[in-house]
Write a protein that binds this ligand. Structure first.
Ligand code: ZN
Ligand code: ZN
Length: 241
């Protein structure tokens, strides 16, 4: 005899049949195959340090112009895909529409496309200020860091970094102000002396936030920091995460 919870599940799935959280079509999976295959992975050639896709026709330089003149504080950054099209929609829904169930399929997709230049010993997310996290109900980067940690078998220590100021969202600011907006707002609560740390965010836009996290981790002794994101804004792409 079916138990009450099975009956309730049946009623709920009749009333609210499962849908893809990205394209909203009726699907068993929270991320359907059509949406997943529409994501555009980032491949070589890349800037060795910040992971920016480079012109395949250009030869010689392994670093982008920015990393040659003002190298970032993180040792490397890598993103799985281009922040456009279906992946952009997926991240929007994940972040702003409460589609938390997308964390696991996004992390699983990212794992198949990320080629890490070195392996972190532990992961931590870019933290939200506690007031913003309370409003949203979750830290999207925290869910991604945990899901990626499970994919790779790397421990995730969510509490390593704290955000000390509730700064305006980076998306509301022009690129030139983003660096200033996050300057000094992260502190590391843990001594990470000699550790290799991966800091996880959903989207790499200018790299300012991830760079500040890397600075805080290095101040706390980290040997190397790898910035890991699901997507990356590139020229000609969308720049409003
Ligand atoms: Zn879909
Ligand atoms: Zn670069």
């Amino acid at each position: 005899m079916p138990v009450l919870s099975d009956i309730m599940d049946g009623v709920l799935s009749l009333l609210f049949p499962p849908r893809c959280a990205v394209c909203n079509t009726l699907q068993e999976q929270v991320l359907c195959d059509a949406c997943r295959t529409a994501f555009v992975p980032i491949g070589e050639p890349l800037c060795r340090q910040c992971g920016l896709p480079l012109d395949p026709k250009a030869t010689g330089d392994e670093h982008c112009a920015e990393c040659r003149t003002t190298p970032p504080d993180f040792d490397a950054a890598r993103a799985a895909g281009l922040y456009r099209g279906a992946l952009r929609t997926a991240i929007h829904h994940f972040k702003y529409a409460g589609a938390q169930a997308l964390a696991a399929p996004l992390a699983a997709w990212a794992r198949t496309h990320l080629v890490l230049p070195f392996t972190p010993e532990l992961l931590c997310p870019v933290p939200l200020h506690k007031q913003r996290e309370a409003l949203r109900g979750y830290n999207q980067s925290g869910l991604l860091a945990e899901a990626l940690g499970q994919e790779w078998g790397i421990p995730c220590a969510s509490g390593i970094l704290t955000r000390t100021a509730n700064t305006p969202p980076q998306m509301q600011l022009p690129a030139a102000q983003r660096k200033h907006n996050v300057h000094g707002v992260f502190v590391a609560n843990l001594d990470v002396t000699g550790r290799v740390v991966g800091v996880v965010d959903d989207v790499y836009t200018t790299g300012a936030t991830l760079n500040e996290c890397a600075r805080a981790l290095k101040r706390s002794g980290a040997a190397r920091v790898l910035a890991i994101t699901i997507a990356r804004v590139t020229l000609g792409g969308d720049a409003d995460p």
